[in-house]
Design a protein around this ligand. Structure first.
Ligand SMILES: N[C@@H](CCC(=O)N[C@@H](CS)C(=O)NCC(=O)O)C(=O)O
Length: 218
């Protein structure tokens, strides 16, 4: 039976998992969680994931795991035909992992703060600290990409899937100048051309529309 992914399309970490599943040719049973009705806080969901975050994955025998990075590495380890997007080679894997933790601790940290302030607290502006933090994150990624085609080097990996889901969302409201960030801009374009990127498109559009709508509210 296909693993079940509890999700909403607009969420960047959900989209990172969807890109991964598409890349490895895995069908997921996609189950929408209604945030606006607090479905993630209902007992049946809390039993699966007491941290009440999406994405959450449920696989056979009631096995549950959450956090997109943990889900992505689990799915590849269990279901992928080869290790290309998450190499067994210890050093290559260490670099992929570093980028995944960078996404989690730096880029998504700021993206989540921004999304919360706009969508949960109904602000119509981005807090200066969050904007500065995100811009600093863009700058670090620009440096990480120096001389590299992909986030972890010369191969497409889970690092690209994770980073493009949140960076691609962030730039819809904090645009980056291609002259100031040439590596970042070229990398985003390369990611958009990957066939598996299609799994990101619908949710990205939804997220961008929601965020921009809040920013234009009086
Ligand atoms: N680091 C986590 C972040 C997950 C996360 O914060 N998801 C948000 C939606 S984008 C969420 O579930 N928020 C609801 C909550 O925290 O109660 C991941 O990569 O999965």
């Amino acid at each position: 039976m296909a693993p079940t992914l509890y999700m909403i399309q607009a969420s960047p970490p959900v989209r990172a998992v969807l890109i991964t599943a598409k890349a490895i040719g895995l069908d997921l049973n996609q189950k929408d969680i209604n945030f606006f009705q607090d479905e993630h806080l209902k007992p049946h969901f809390l039993k699966l994931n007491p941290q009440h975050t999406i994405p959450t994955l449920e696989d056979e025998d009631g096995f549950a795991v959450w956090d997109s990075h943990a889900i992505m590495t689990y799915l590849v380890s269990k279901y992928a035909k080869d290790d290309s997007v998450y190499p067994q080679d210890i050093k290559k894997r260490a670099v992929v992992n570093q980028r995944l933790f960078f996404e989690s601790g730096v880029i998504f940290f700021h993206m989540r703060n921004i999304a919360r302030s706009l969508l949960v607290h109904c602000q119509n502006f981005i807090n200066e600290d969050d904007r500065d933090g995100m811009i600093e994150g863009f700058g670090l990624l620009e440096k990480l990409l120096e001389g590299k085609k992909w986030a972890a080097g010369d191969f497409v990996s889970l690092a690209d899937y994770s980073l493009i889901s949140s960076v691609g969302t962030a730039v819809t409201i904090i645009p980056v100048d291609s002259e100031e960030y040439p590596n970042l801009t070229a990398w985003m374009k390369r990611c958009e051309e990957l066939p598996e990127y299609a799994a990101n498109a619908k949710g990205l559009k939804e997220a961008a529309e929601m965020l921009k709508l809040r920013l234009t509210r009086k």
